[in-house]
Write a protein that binds this ligand. Structure first.
Ligand code: ZN
Ligand code: ZN
Length: 395
C-alpha cells in the first residue's frame, strides 16, 4: 500500500502489546494524504516509546524486539523511517557476525540506507514537517587530513549510522544529525530516496574507474550495487559492458538494464574476449574469488576497481597473474560527495533504481529478509523494509 498507488495506510502504534492496528483509507487527494500523515505523526509523538527494531545479535541471529528510542541531542532531528534497505554489508554482519575488525559486540540495529519523514519543520533546509528526506549515513569528522583532502569516506573518525556500535534505521523512528539530512525532489518515493545511498556507492566506483569513451568494461557481480554501476556506466558513454553473475535472474536483469552480454562466470568473459580481457574491470561481488576473477577479466595494463566486500573478509589473489599484467588496482570505499548527482540521475530517469528492488518487507519480517538473502534465494536482488507500512508488497 503506498501513496503512489492511491492508497494510504494509517498505522496506530499504540494498541495492546505494541501490536500495530491498521486502518487503510483510500483516496488520491494529496492533501488528505498529508493530513493522514500528520495525524500519524501526532499519534506517534504521543507514544514515542512504542518502537520496534530489527536487532542483529550474532551471526545468523536477527530478531525483532522493542526499541527504546534514545533522547535526541542538540543538532539532531527525529525522523519516521519510511524505507530502509538491506545492504550487502548488513548481510555480512548477519552471515559472518562482522566485517573485519567491525564485529557485533552487542546487539545492534542495522540499516544505513534509509529515507524518512521529518517530524518537525527544518526552515534552514526549506523543509516542512512530513517532508520525505534521505539521510547520508556517513558522518565524517570534517577536520582530519583525509576529510580536508576531500575524502570523507576514508575518515577514520567517521560515525556511520548502522555500523556497530551505532544503531541504524531498521526501526520506526531514528534521531539523525540534521547535517546529514538530504532533501529530495517532491515526486520522489520512499524507495527512490532510500536507493540514493547505494546509487552513491555506484557513482563513487565509476568515478574511481574513470571510464573512457566507448571503452569496453567487464562488470563482475550483478547484485544491487553491480546493477546500479551498470546503469551509471551506461550514462557515461562506455562501450560494450560484459557482465557475469552465477544467478540467472540477476543476469536477466542485467541484460534488461543494458549489459551487452551476461555470463555465468569470468570464464565467459575470457571466452568472449579470446582470453585477452578488457581494459577496465569493476568487481561488485561478495565472493573471496572476486578479486582473482577481476584480475582474470582484465587486459594487460588494465585497471581494476574492487567494490565488493568478500565473504569471510579475505581475498584470493594469484600473484603472478596479477603482477605480469601490470594492473592498476583501486579499492572503492563507500562514497564521497555524490548525493546531488545521485538525485539528478534518478530525477532525470537516467538510472532506474526501482528496477533493482525485488522484495519489500514489513519491519517484523526483517529477520526473514536476512535469512532469505543469506540463503541466496532465487529471485532476490534488493530488499527494502517499510517500518510504517503494513502492506509494502502491494507497492
Ligand atoms: Zn550499503
Ligand atoms: Zn575526518
Amino acid at each position: 500500500m503506498s501513496v503512489a498507488d492511491g492508497y494510504i495506510a494509517l498505522v496506530t502504534p499504540y494498541n495492546e502489546g505494541c501490536a500495530h492496528s491498521v486502518s487503510a483509507l483510500t483516496g488520491t487527494n494529496v492533501n488528505s494524504k498529508i493530513h493522514l500523515l500528520r495525524e500519524y505523526l501526532a499519534e506517534s509523538e504521543r507514544h514515542p516509546e512504542m518502537s520496534h527494531a530489527v536487532f542483529l545479535h550474532a551471526a545468523g541471529d536477527a530478531r525483532v524486539a522493542p526499541f527504546n528510542l534514545r533522547e535526541g541531542a542538540p543538532g539532531e532531528t527525529l525522523i519516521d523511517v519510511a524505507a530502509v534497505g538491506l545492504c550487502g554489508s548488513d548481510l555480512h554482519y548477519y552471515k559472518d557476525g562482522g566485517i573485519g575488525s567491525a564485529v557485533i559486540a552487542a546487539p545492534f540495529v542495522p540499516g544505513h540506507e534509509f529515507s524518512g519523514w521529518l517530524t518537525e519543520d527544518l526552515p534552514a533546509l526549506g523543509l516542512a514537517r512530513g517532508s520525505l528526506v534521505a539521510v547520508d549515513p556517513n558522518q565524517a569528522c570534517g577536520h582530519c587530513e583525509h576529510c580536508r583532502e576531500g575524502h570523507p569516506n576514508l575518515c577514520p573518525e567517521v560515525v556511520f549510522i548502522g555500523a556497530p556500535p551505532n544503531d541504524g534505521a531498521m526501526t520506526e523512528r531514528i534521531w539523525v544529525p540534521t547535517s546529514q539530512i538530504v532533501p529530495v525532489p517532491q515526486h520522489f518515493t520512499p524507495s527512490d530516496a532510500v536507493m540514493l545511498e547505494p546509487l552513491g556507492v555506484a557513482i563513487h566506483a565509476v568515478d574511481l574507474a574513470k571510464p573512457r569513451l566507448l571503452e569496453r568494461v567487464a562488470l563482475l557481480g550483478c547484485g544491487p550495487i553491480g546493477l546500479l554501476i551498470l546503469q551509471v556506466l551506461r550514462t557515461v558513454g562506455v562501450g560494450e559492458i560484459l557482465v557475469c553473475d552465477p544467478q540467472p535472474h540477476r543476469r536477466a536483469l542485467a541484460l534488461k538494464l543494458g549489459a551487452s552480454k551476461a555470463g555465468e562466470s569470468v570464464a565467459d568473459i575470457a571466452k568472449w574476449t579470446d582470453g585477452e580481457g578488457l581494459p577496465l574491470v569493476i568487481e561488485a561481488t561478495n565472493a573471496p574469488e572476486g578479486f582473482r576473477d577481476a584480475i582474470r577479466a582484465a587486459r594487460i595494463g588494465g585497471r581494476v576497481v574492487l567494490v565488493g566486500i568478500p565473504d569471510g573478509d579475505s581475498y584470493v589473489v594469484p600473484a603472478a597473474e596479477t603482477r605480469r599484467r601490470g594492473l592498476t588496482i583501486k579499492f572503492s570505499r563507500r562514497m564521497g560527495h555524490v548525493y546531488p548527482r545521485a538525485i539528478e540521475l534518478v530525477a532525470l530517469g537516467k538510472v532506474d533504481v526501482e528496477a533493482v528492488v525485488s522484495h519489500r518487507f514489513r519491519l517484523d519480517e526483517g529477520p526473514e529478509a536476512f535469512r532469505r538473502h543469506a540463503a541466496n534465494e532465487a529471485g532476490m536482488v534488493k530488499s527494502l523494509i517499510y517500518p510504517g507500512d503494513p502492506a509494502p508488497r502491494r507497492r
